[in-house]
Design a protein around this ligand. Sequence first.
Ligand SMILES: C[S@@+](CC[C@H](N)C(=O)[O-])C[C@H]1O[C@@H](n2cnc3c(N)ncnc32)[C@H](O)[C@@H]1O
Length: 229
Amino acid sequence: MRTLSLCSNDFIDDDGSVHGVFTFRPEFERDISDRCILSLFDVSGEWSRPYREAGYPVAHIDILNEHCPCDVWDINGMEWLDDNGLCDVWGILAAVPCTDFAASGARWFAAKDADGSTDASVALARHTLAIIEFLRPAWWVIENPVGRLPSLVPDLKEFGPWYFQPCDFGDPYTKKTGLWGEFNRNLKRTPVPPTEGSKIHRMPPSEDRQYLRSITPAGFARAFFEANP
Ligand SMILES: C[S@@+](CC[C@H](N)C(=O)[O-])C[C@H]1O[C@@H](n2cnc3c(N)ncnc32)[C@H](O)[C@@H]1O
């Protein structure tokens, strides 16, 4: 198996209290060692978890990654990709930061537009698209909650959105989320009643609130993986 010089996000797996115990079970007979997954803006490791558990090499890029923080802006050319063993990427997951886009924060849009935060976030989303275009993976996907990402980055419009709710895939809460990209949208639905409602929006203030709100739901991650091996 190819070794990535970027770290894998094993700190998540070490923290059994938060994310459970990591177990590795190869699920495919075919060789997937050359199917490198680039998971951008991934601190929890949850979206890429099914790939990791199936033995795919996964490179997690996040500035908050405890063991090896990495800035997506650093992915700026062939030399960087080559140095990190990422010239040949099979799939790209990108949970683009939504702070300046999510409709739930609309009351702060004017201030963010005025202080330059919005422009910086748009630039980062565009940079993400540039990485995708450069690497031309077999599939790619960008995730964001309902909001103004597609209107501020109109290049995305031809690629989505395709909306889902966590409860469509077994997690009993709602958080309407859009996907844009080139990927198999035929995800196997396992709907459950949203008995926990919109728990993400009702989360009490805490240091971890933003992190907890943004963790990719496990049922969706599993269904995405199964449709996009
Ligand atoms: C909306 S959250 C996505 C979290 C993801 N769904 C998960 O389960 O970990 C956006 C993430 O982008 C990261 N981030 C923001 N700017 C970044 C940058 N320039 N380079 C790398 N990561 C960045 C943040 O640390 C945050 O973890």
